[in-house]
Design a protein around this ligand. Structure first.
Ligand code: HEM
Length: 154
């Protein structure tokens, strides 16, 4: 099932909260370290997903870090990344992603952030990140026609 929710507009406070968490990470060029941790948590939660990713993950870590960096930079106006969302939609075509997957994406990102900053992500920022991931998912998948899925066969 594709993401069904309507558009989410982050509040100015949510934008600041999210940017604050990523600011230092990108300043220190720790994006790929964050995404490496992200994938560690993703594969713990969903070992079945490991096989649809490349065996060697360093390039994937960098690609996801770059994508997240772009998102964080344009947060107040995600429309600026329309072309990127189309590319992402193509890259995720056929995976049958839904809200649950994007919530898990947010949860793994939050755990990765907590590992790097060595402190809990505050509740408001967690909610903002979940809302952001759901919105990114909606934008990625919205242009696409329904496609056959290659996961969740069971
Ligand atoms: C906020 C949501 C997400 C973002 C920003 C994102 C970002 C990316 C990026 C940048 C790539 C590389 C695309 C390329 O090669 O050009 C990618 C690939 C991929 N993503 Fe995501 N992703 C998201 C959500 C998800 C979710 C929820 C899943 C599955 C649970 C997923 C599974 C994959 C897979 C399987 C690949 C392809 C790996 C390969 O075959 O090389 N993504 N993603």
């Amino acid at each position: 099932m594709l993401v069904k929710q309507g558009p989410v507009k982050l509040s100015p406070l949510e934008v600041v909260l999210i940017q604050k968490y990523f600011e230092l990470i990108f300043y220190r060029k720790l994006g790929p370290v964050l995404t490496k941790k992200f994938y560690k948590y993703l594969f713990i939660a969903r070992p079945d997903l490991r096989d649809i990713f490349p065996h060697q993950m360093s390039q994937q870590n960098r690609k996801l870090a770059q994508s997240i960096k772009m998102l964080i930079e344009v947060l107040p106006d995600l429309d600026l990344l329309d072309k990127h969302f189309v590319r992402l939609g193509r890259a995720h075509q056929g995976l049958g992603l839904d809200d649950e997957d994007f919530r898990l994406f947010a949860a793994c990102l939050i755990k990765g952030l907590e590992d790097l900053t060595k402190e809990p992500v505050i509740r408001e920022a967690q909610v903002a990140l979940i809302r952001l991931c759901l919105e990114v998912g909606r934008r990625m998948m919205s242009w696409m026609p329904l496609m056959p899925t290659r996961k969740k066969a069971a």
